[in-house]
Design a protein around this ligand. Structure first.
Ligand SMILES: Cc1cc2nc3c(=O)[nH]c(=O)nc-3n(C[C@H](O)[C@H](O)[C@H](O)COP(=O)(O)OP(=O)(O)OC[C@H]3O[C@@H](n4cnc5c(N)ncnc54)[C@H](O)[C@@H]3O)c2cc1C
Length: 330
């Protein structure tokens, strides 16, 4: 049985991919402390861990404590094992094929808590919709901007997730960040939050983050719930939420909107294989059912080039890429 491999070419037998991937898995296992290596899942489909629902296979290590995470990061650095930090996979395109890349994910599952300074501390794997629901159930306000964003707190800090209503930077986050040999709380300039950007590097793992929220008074929670319902309705009316996607493809250029530029270039509905520029929202690329990561990347490149030709503006991608050998859009 033969098929295309993204980096090794068309003639490689599927069995050989499997062997290659097993060789990588063995390398990962032998580099990690024994207690951790038993927790690695063998190559599993990343299509089940990304909201775009496509991408290849790779091993995954779920980290259950900061001590484990610290040990893993140290060992991976020492043995030069390539890894990628995965949250909910809601802003991510993972390359096709068998990937020699270890995905690391936080599996802390700690409930939100209030620290002695009155900040609310969320685990990095806490999903934003659940965080918002917890806030309202416990009388905290300030996270309403996050309504409808499906990612985790870790991904939100890394991306400075936000909407027109606000962004995580407004909550003055302090994040516990682990990297090889370091476990430290970072804030302000060290996090470097800006429009869909942070100063965290690819090897920095957010373990948890503390946000400055407000205690609600009177009927403020009810009012906030109405605000959230209206944000969600607006999303439903304007975004293709019934199809797999990763949210916005491009960041908005200063003073304009990427969606407007793409639509004005006549690209709504444009397809490449199973990937399509959503007819409902031009800045969304959706998987119509059979998209490969290659289809999605080719379509994004085509859109970026067409927008540059039409408007003279080079759009910056907001979505992240994992497992590609080089800049996939080059
Ligand atoms: C329908 C839909 C609507 C969306 N709307 C919005 C929106 O309005 N605004 C917005 O900002 N985004 C939006 N998004 C995109 C996405 O939900 C956010 O960017 C979110 O913050 C990504 O979080 P994640 O956990 O899914 O991260 P992932 O997609 O898994 O990863 C994204 C980046 O964060 C890094 N990362 C993830 N977890 C950690 C961690 N614990 N430590 C360090 N780095 C980490 C990854 O390495 C990667 O670089 C939308 C997505 C969808 C599918």
């Amino acid at each position: 049985m033969r098929g295309n491999h993204p980096t090794l070419g068309p003639s490689l037998a599927l069995k050989e991919w499997y062997n290659l991937s097993m060789a990588f898995l063995d390398r990962v296992r032998s580099s990690l402390p024994r207690s951790l290596s038993v927790k690695i899942s063998p190559p599993n489909p990343l299509s089940k861990r990304t909201t775009l629902r496509c991408g290849g296979h790779a091993p995954l290590l779920e980290l259950e404590s900061p001590e484990e995470a610290g040990q893993a990061l140290e060992a991976l650095r020492a043995h030069q094992i390539p890894f990628y930090i995965l949250g909910r996979g809601s802003n991510l395109i993972v390359a096709d094929g068998e990937l020699d890349l270890l995905f690391l994910t936080v599996r802390n599952q700690g409930a939100p808590r209030v620290d002695p300074e009155g900040r609310v501390v969320f685990s990095a794997d806490q999903a934003l919709p659940g965080a918002l629901a917890w806030c309202h159930a416990n009388g905290w306000l300030g996270l309403e901007w996050a309504a409808g964003i499906p990612g985790t707190m870790g991904g939100a800090v890394r991306m400075n997730a936000g909407t027109r209503g606000g962004e995580i930077k407004d909550n003055r986050p302090i994040a516990r960040v682990l990297s090889a040999g370091e476990d430290r709380w970072k804030a302000g300039a060290e996090l470097g939050l800006a429009y869909r950007h942070s100063a965290l590097s690819a090897g920095d793992l957010v373990w948890e983050c503390a946000l400055a929220l407000k205690k609600a008074e009177g009927g403020a929670v009810e009012e906030a719930r109405r605000e959230v319902a209206s944000y969600l309705k607006k999303r439903n009316d304007t975004q293709p939420l019934d199809q797999p996607s990763f949210g916005s493809t491009f960041a908005n250029p200063s003073g304009d909107s990427a969606g407007r530029l793409i639509e004005a270039a006549g690209l709504k509905g444009r397809t490449r294989g199973g990937a399509m520029v959503s007819p409902k929202h031009a800045n969304f690329v959706v998987n119509t059912g059979s998209a490969t990561a290659r289809d999605v990347v080719d379509l994004i490149r085509e859109v970026r080039e067409a927008v540059e030709r039409a408007h003279g503006i080079v759009l910056r991608t907001e979505v992240c890429f994992a497992g590609f050998q080089k800049d996939p859009l080059a």
